[in-house]
Design a protein around this ligand. Structure first.
Ligand code: SF4
Ligand code: SF4
Ligand code: SF4
Length: 313
């Protein structure tokens, strides 16, 4: 693979002769130079933060053998092995690749995609977040998206509007949603749904439940909890948010689409990453985030660049 070759070339060089661009390429591949420049952190790609117990055991063994015996659990659901000497990076990298937990993802690239547990573990989940993460990761890898970014780009997925994966503080946030519909012929006005709706979006009118969609966030709780199965899904899908970030100047992502399907999610990710590659600014250490780009160009302009002005989605 082209990137691996160029990385292996870099790793065959003397550490003191590495250029800034080569160190950046190493960071993109998850090899991050520490304060003591002879040592590196190996950041592993762990989409959705899920690996098997066997993979975890091997990571621990490698941390003992190559690193300082510690592992660091990163804020993006990844695992990092600190304290690896430069001359041992090639070896540990190969072993991590064999383990299915390759190093990847610092600097100007698409970072580890994070997700809440989702379906089936979480009883509130409307989607399998893990399946969606794997699909997005596969799409990004096959299309080699994000190889020319000037800054970082983060994606997060939550299985319901509770947003346990902090989707609003990522460049792209995705939430699984379901719109409820009351089956009037079955509803008996028992008020269970009124009590459980956290948004106070349900009222009883003429002994039937009525949903106020100005308040409803499409969490699906009422569908699951009506004791008479009197509420059904009218439509299901994904709400997509753009432009959130944390860091020095945090800001929340804005909604760009509701009830999207997975194809639409992939197309928005591709569009957003390409716009960010093309239009994002970088000036030395100052790298524009996608949210700042949205502010600079305007949300409507970004939307039209992603899926065309004539499209009223
Ligand atoms: S966001 Fe929803 S589905 Fe995901 S863990 Fe939280 S409550 Fe469960
Ligand atoms: S819980 Fe079900 S049956 Fe009871 S009021 Fe709500 S929709 Fe109707
Ligand atoms: S889907 Fe959630 S927010 Fe909407 S009415 Fe039902 S319980 Fe309330």
């Amino acid at each position: 693979m082209e990137e691996a070759n160029s990385l292996s070339e870099i790793l065959s060089k003397d550490l003191n002769k590495l250029s800034k661009a080569e160190l950046t390429e190493m960071r993109r591949n998850g090899l991050i130079q520490q304060r003591d420049p002879k040592f590196f952190i190996c950041r592993l790609s762990i989409p959705a933060g899920v690996i098997t117990a066997e993979q975890l055991e091997i990571i621990c063994k490698l941390a003992n053998e190559y690193g300082n015996g510690q592992v660091h659990l990163s804020t993006r659901q990844g695992i990092q092995i600190p304290g690896v000497p430069y001359e041992r990076l090639s070896e540990i990298q190969e072993k991590l690749k064999e383990n299915g937990t390759p190093t990847w993802g610092c600097g100007p690239t698409i970072r580890n995609i994070i997700a809440c547990p989702g379906y089936p573990e979480c009883k509130y989940a409307n989607i399998s977040t893990r399946k969606l993460v794997y699909r997005i990761k596969d799409f990004i890898d096959k299309r080699k998206l994000g190889y020319n970014l000037k800054g970082k780009f983060k994606i997060a997925i939550a299985g319901c509007p509770n947003s346990c994966a902090n989707v609003y503080s990522n460049d792209i946030g995705i939430i699984g949603v379901v719109k409820p519909r009351v089956k009037e012929e079955i509803c008996n006005g028992c008020k269970v749904c009124v009590a459980i709706c956290k948004e106070k979006a349900i009222n009883i009118v003429d002994e039937k439940a009525v949903i106020d969609f100005e308040k409803c966030v499409c969490c699906g709780d009422c569908i699951r909890l009506c004791p008479f199965d009197a509420i059904e899904p009218e439509k299901e899908g994904l709400t997509i948010f753009l432009g959130g970030k944390q860091g020095r100047h945090p800001s929340l992502a804005k909604k760009v689409m509701e009830f999207a399907d997975e194809e639409m999610v992939l197309s928005i990710i591709e569009g957003a990453v390409k716009i960010f590659e093309k239009e994002g600014l970088a000036d030395g250490v100052r790298k524009e985030r996608f949210g700042a780009l949205i502010e600079r160009l305007g949300f409507d302009e970004i939307k039209s660049l992603i899926y065309g002005e004539e499209d009223d989605r």
